[in-house]
Design a protein around this ligand. Structure first.
Ligand SMILES: Nc1nc2c(c(=O)[nH]1)N[C@H]1C(S)=C(S)[C@@H](COP(=O)(O)OP(=O)(O)OC[C@H]3O[C@@H](n4cnc5c(=O)[nH]c(N)nc54)[C@H](O)[C@@H]3O)O[C@H]1N2
Ligand SMILES: Nc1nc2c(c(=O)[nH]1)N[C@H]1C(S)=C(S)[C@@H](COP(=O)(O)OP(=O)(O)OC[C@H]3O[C@@H](n4cnc5c(=O)[nH]c(N)nc54)[C@H](O)[C@@H]3O)O[C@H]1N2
Ligand code: SF4
Ligand SMILES: [Mo]
Length: 750
């Protein structure tokens, strides 16, 4: 079918050589951190500029070193930064590749149509591109109201656009980092403890005696200080219990690996709760003083014995008992890690609730080695008028559904973009900033319908990522090494702020996100919201309110502030009022009950793979962040493509050997665009296959990443929506192998 907005692919002039190599990295187990100078230049001959990393969302602070010729030579961690403790992960070290990548977006692009109807991108001036975006924003506001202009965002770039959109009158935004990532965790922990887990997570892994990982694959999930703390915990002799259908790096370092049947974690959690309660191993004092609903919980799990769970999870009853006792023995110094990417099977808020309940029964909250009270700095708002009140926001888009959602839901914004779904509030245009939707949102059909239905799409990115192929206007942002940005003020054990400042001039014609947002704002008559010439003025003003200055921060990069909220842990017997309706930790959730959901977590069986199909599960690799680094000249070298992990039993059955290339086909007939190599390994259960997410790019402008590996995203056509908060559960998809390139396979857009 011919779509209104053709996906534009431009072939590139050819792959350039990597600008700087990173071959010195030792990528084994946890020895991943090395900050060796890439080329040997003495530090004395270089100038360090403070920054914090944008390669993932841990936002580690560091120093960008620039030589006398103005060339960026290396990035190292800032010793005074609690996110990095002076060491960056391989991706952070390779962040230089984002700056040097010769495939970068170089100048603004505008979609044009030739007389024969075909479409292409024309190089445009900034004035043309900005006029076009602002002109469309005016038009949409006049025709439908500013609320109809939606925003998809992630990370800092998105935040500048969020400000622009709020000033313009729209709060119709969503980011994959909620409904496709940690949303269920936020809602579950909030309804249980009246508090969020936050980012970085407030897990006291450093001082724990028992770390329980349910899916969470720290070590491949490279969140920096968390990996460092896990390593410390191992050195301190902490017990690690990992529940994962795959022998992850974390599982390989654990005392107990529970290779659970995927999708059955709630049954295991309920059985653990059963053992703690019925063997009277739970923390009675803590439960009595701080919790609500224990009797209902006790009754609820009465029959949920380890024997019951064995039939569901395939985990031996004795192992369930032993691990529960191990946790109880270490309590309260136990971290039940809440996980982060938790949209798995559509009952994810309930699984997260079960984890929160387990935490409470162990008294593993507000105690050393459990979850601590984190504290962040409130950065004062730069003076500006109040935002106008929108007539409706993302909340109204889904109306009475998903009442407990705390942020916009990507799937709902997509649906509201397609008139045939009959949403009361319609989205007519999109701004997209710092998110590669075709590779991060499941349900390609819906995504394409929506992208085709809207009148206009503007994308701000640093790279010609798959999403830019859908844009009418492409706005090339400067990389994080070339710009000022918001102050980082994430909560931690001690409050800190970190500065990001440019270490070099923006390459090509790229511009900082704050500048792009301001230029559009000015064209819309919103000057009062952008009342500065340079973003450094905003930062300096904020820093002065906080008792420091831009001048000081340029020298130190990170500044620590004293805690004001009290100690890191709860005192013995200290009275504490939780921010829930009962003021207690709600084992039995009134919030969920009031909204018509199960107040106590229930195990529901999920569909099994059809004959000859295997469940697709996916995760991270230490040297890449999603799809954003696969073209990075430094990181590409470390891992150019992904593999599909297949259990030897299944490989035998299919006659597959290590390195064989296969195409994958899912239960709905979707086929991968590119073949992927098989990795035969005992490390995965026979009923599942595993892939690292972020590969299989389909845009030729990504000269290295194009066609390398396969995209898990294309195989995720079935999404299991979480009724509590609209999360898009992505692990209900099953694949089979095609040994030949399927005939008549049309090239599918990403
Ligand atoms: N199949 C599948 N889907 C997933 C996941 C999965 O594991 N499997 N993971 C989910 C999770 S946990 C999350 S958080 C989301 C993340 O999904 P996204 O938010 O889409 O994250 P990225 O893939 O990192 O895409 C970031 C985009 O930002 C661009 N970018 C990078 N730096 C900058 C910058 O400085 N400025 C601008 N303007 N752009 C920049 C990159 O080029 C890229 O296009 O995806 C979710 N979707
Ligand atoms: N290197 C690197 N690190 C990253 C990122 C990155 O892109 N690259 N992204 C960051 C982001 S935004 C996020 S959200 C986090 C995500 O990191 P996590 O929250 O740790 O990841 P998940 O995707 O939830 O978990 C993946 C693991 O779950 C296992 N799994 C699959 N199905 C099941 C199941 O049914 N039950 C159980 N128990 N386990 C199962 C998989 O085998 C895999 O080991 O990583 C962060 N860290
Ligand atoms: S964990 Fe690695 S990629 Fe993420 S912010 Fe820190 S250094 Fe950068
Ligand atoms: Mo995420």
């Amino acid at each position: 079918m011919k779509t209104r907005r053709e996906f534009i692919k431009i072939s590139t002039a050819g792959a350039g050589a990597a600008a700087l190599g990173l071959h010195s990295l030792n990528v084994k187990g946890f020895d991943l951190f090395k900050n060796e100078s890439i080329e040997s230049v003495s530090d004395e001959d270089m100038t360090p500029y403070p920054t914090y990393c944008e390669v993932c969302f841990w936002k580690c602070a560091g120093w960008t070193y620039v030589d006398k010729k103005g060339k960026i030579r290396k990035i190292i961690g800032n010793k005074h930064d609690p996110h990095s403790n002076g060491r960056l992960c391989p991706r952070g070290t390779g962040g230089i590749g984002m700056y040097y990548d010769e495939d970068r977006l170089k100048y603004p692009l505008i979609r044009e149509t030739k007389p024969d109807g075909s479409q292409y991108f024309r190089r445009a001036t900034w004035d043309e591109a900005l006029d076009k975006v602002a002109g469309k924003m005016k038009e949409i506001a006049e025709k439908y109201g500013p609320e109809s202009f939606g925003l998809f965002n992630h990370g800092n770039p998105g935040a500048h656009f969020e400000h622009l959109m709020r000033a313009y009158g729209s709060e119709s935004n969503a980011e994959p980092a909620f409904a496709n990532c940690r949303g269920p965790r936020s809602v579950a922990y909030f309804s249980t403890f009246g508090a969020y887990i936050g980012s970085p997570e407030n897990t006291d892994i450093r001082d724990t005696r028992c770390l329980v990982l349910i899916g969470s694959h720290i070590g491949e999930n490279m969140h920096n200080s968390q990996v460092q703390e896990m390593s410390q915990a191992i050195d301190n002799g902490a017990t690690i219990i990992t529940v994962d259908p795959r022998l992850s790096t974390a599982a390989s370092k654990s005392k107990y690996w529970l290779p659970i049947k995927p999708s059955t974690d709630i049954a295991l959690l309920l059985a653990w709760i059963h053992v703690l309660i019925y063997e009277e191993l739970y923390n009675k004092k803590f439960v009595e003083k701080y919790t609500f609903g224990f009797d209902q919980l006790k009754e609820h799990v009465k029959d949920m014995t380890p024997e019951w769970a064995y039939g569901i999870t395939t985990i031996e009853p004795e192992l369930i008992r032993r691990t529960a006792r191990e946790m109880a023995g270490a309590a309260p110094h136990v971290v039940i890690h809440p996980g982060r990417h938790v949209v798995w099977y559509g009952d994810d808020t309930q699984r997260e609730r079960a984890m929160a309940i387990l935490t409470a029964l162990l008294g593993a909250w507000g105690k050393r080695g459990s979850l601590y009270f984190s504290e962040g700095i409130h950065v004062p708002h730069y003076p500006q008028p109040e935002y106008p009140e929108p007539k409706w926001t993302w909340k109204d888009i889904h109306g009475d559904k998903y009442k407990l959602a705390t942020m916009g839901i990507t799937t709902e914004i997509l649906k509201a973009s397609v008139p045939k779904y009959g949403y009361k509030h319609q989205i007519k245009a999109w701004l997209v900033a710092g998110t590669n939707l075709p590779l991060s949102l499941p349900d390609k059909k819906l995504f394409k319908e929506a992208a085709d239905a809207v009148e206009f799409i503007a994308v701000m990115d640093t790279m010609p990522m798959d999403i830019t192929g859908y844009a009418d206007v492409v706005l090339p942002e400067a990389t994080y090494l070339e710009r000022y940005d918001f102050l980082r003020a994430a909560p931690n054990r001690v409050p800190t702020i970190a500065l990001r400042m440019p270490a070099a001039k923006p390459k090509y014609e790229s511009k900082p996100g704050w500048w792009i947002a301001k230029q559009i704002g000015e064209r819309l008559g919103l000057h009062d919201y952008f009342n500065y010439d340079d973003y450094s003025e905003v930062i300096d003003w904020q820093l002065k309110q906080l008792g420091t200055s831009l001048e000081e921060m340029k020298k130190i990069g990170v500044k620590e502030f004293p805690r004001e909220s009290g100690p890191l842990y709860l005192g013995d017997d200290e009275d504490f009022e939780f921010n829930t309706s009962t003021g207690k930790i709600e084992l039995y959730s009134l919030d969920l009950a009031d909204n018509g959901f199960d107040p106590l977590p229930v195990y529901t069986p999920h569909p099994e793979p059809p004959e000859g199909f295997y469940r697709l599960i996916y995760g991270r690799a230490p040297m890449h962040t999603f799809s954003r680094t696969t073209n990075n000249p430094n990181l590409y070298d470390l891992m150019p493509e992904n593999n599909v992990w297949v259990n030897p039993k299944i490989a035998d059955l299919w006659g597959l050997k290590n390195g064989d290339e296969v195409w994958l086909k899912n239960q709905d007939g979707a086929v991968t665009n590119f073949p992927v190599k098989v990795r035969v390994t005992e490390r995965i259960r026979w009923d599942s296959v595993y892939m690292v997410h972020g590969f299989g790019h389909n845009d030729k402008r990504l000269s290295r990443a194009y066609g390398k590996g396969a995209s898990d995203e294309l195989m995720i056509t079935n999404i299991m929506i979480d009724p509590v908060m609209g999360g898009a559960g992505m692990r209900g998809n099953f694949i089979t192998f095609l040994k030949e390139k399927p005939e008549n396979k049309e090239e599918v857009e990403s």
